[in-house]
Design a protein around this ligand. Structure first.
Ligand SMILES: NC(=O)c1ccc[n+]([C@@H]2O[C@H](COP(=O)([O-])OP(=O)(O)OC[C@H]3O[C@@H](n4cnc5c(N)ncnc54)[C@H](OP(=O)(O)O)[C@@H]3O)[C@@H](O)[C@H]2O)c1
Length: 313
């Protein structure tokens, strides 16, 4: 490492909510429950203080078990952590929001949630089937509810003190503008895919103007091809800065003012990913100007169907 390591502890004060979000976050999109609990335990041990969860991941209880054990052991207190979870597409009708929120909170075994996000702007047919499809396999959307209706129900959670902040995920700049225009409580956070192959500069500029935190998911491109960590611009910086390519990419994310969520089930990588460090300015410029590839790995923003969640066959 060449320079200060303060970056890994940086927190972004929320403008439209209470609290401050650690820029370095751990995502819990891990299909296996035992692996989820173990990975979250390791993440907490190595220093992560920001956990990203979702009703749709089906493993909130395993995340909750890992947090509870850390609280019981006295190694952490609830207020040390920033915990986000998300409302799934089948619960967009306003009357379904509070029950869905309370169910997530119950599974996570926490009294309050720091941030609650609408997982995608797409409402699916309400009900227990999280992936409702017609006979031809097409998603069944719900035309009876608007995103603004759902947003109003999230605002009431903040009014009730049930969560500190609310936000949106998998949203386009156009749809974000629409919600910002009508919101009584503005989004505190927007969670979208972002990495050097999809830097989302225009969205980031809008978020900065509006005091919204841009929280990047898939900051390493979900390890898909073309692999960001194999990009020659990234590997050259890694060599110069004595960092791993993943650390370069994650450091860039935090240093440009976004928060990020990374995920691994491997203890060594979990530790590596927490250890981001400030990059020299020429490295920041090399990534901004020297990488021209444009790749979106997850098409969820266009369909509401999360690309990385395995469907039962
Ligand atoms: N809002 C949404 O719709 C949405 C969508 C997707 C994700 N998310 C959130 O964002 C989180 C992160 O997304 P993501 O999993 O795509 O993030 P990511 O960190 O870009 O990709 C994770 C993948 O990279 C590998 N990896 C992790 N660290 C590495 C390292 N140091 N070197 C090499 N490979 C490494 C992991 O493999 P190993 O496990 O084998 O290490 C895993 O396959 C999710 O857990 C979830 O919380 C949200």
């Amino acid at each position: 490492m060449t320079t200060s390591d303060a970056l890994r502890y940086s927190r972004i004060q929320l403008t439209h909510g209470s609290g401050a979000m650690p820029a370095v976050g751990f995502g819990t999109l891990i299909p296996d429950h035992v692996a989820t609990k173990q990975a979250v335990k390791t993440a907490l041990e190595v220093g992560f203080r920001h956990l990203d969860c979702a009703e749709r991941y089906g493993n909130e209880e395993a995340v909750g078990d890992a947090m509870r054990e850390a609280f019981e052991a006295g190694t952490l207190q609830r207020e040390d952590l920033f915990v986000t979870t998300k409302l799934w597409n089948t619960n967009h009708r306003p009357e379904r929001v509070r029950p869905a929120f309370d169910a997530s909170r119950g599974r996570l075994q926490v009294d309050y949630v720091d941030c609650y996000l609408i997982h995608t702007p797409y409402a699916f047919q309400p009900g227990d089937d999280q992936d409702p499809r017609d006979e031809s396999g097409q998603v069944i959307y719900d035309q009876e509810v608007t995103l603004a209706d759902t947003w109003g129900a999230l605002e009431r959670l903040v009014d009730d003190g049930a969560c500190g902040a609310i936000g949106l995920s998998d949203i386009s700049l156009e749809k974000l503008r629409e919600i910002v225009a009508v919101a009584r409580i503005k989004p505190a956070v927007v969670q979208v895919e972002s990495h050097p192959y999809l830097p989302e500069w225009e969205l980031l500029d809008f978020c900065r103007e509006q005091g919204i935190v841009l929280l990047a998911f898939a900051p390493l491109g979900h390890a898909m091809e073309p692999k960001i960590i194999d990009d020659p611009v990234i590997t050259a910086i890694a060599e110069r800065a004595h960092m791993s390519p993943a650390q370069v990419v994650l450091s860039w994310a935090a240093q440009r003012g976004t928060a990020f969520l990374t995920t691994s089930t491997k203890p060594q990588r979990i530790q590596e990913n927490f250890q981001v460090s400030t990059l020299p300015e020429d490295a920041m410029a090399d990534i901004r100007d020297g990488i021209t590839a444009n790749v979106r790995f997850n098409t969820v923003v266009h369909s509401g169907v999360p690309g990385f969640i395995p469907r039962p066959s």
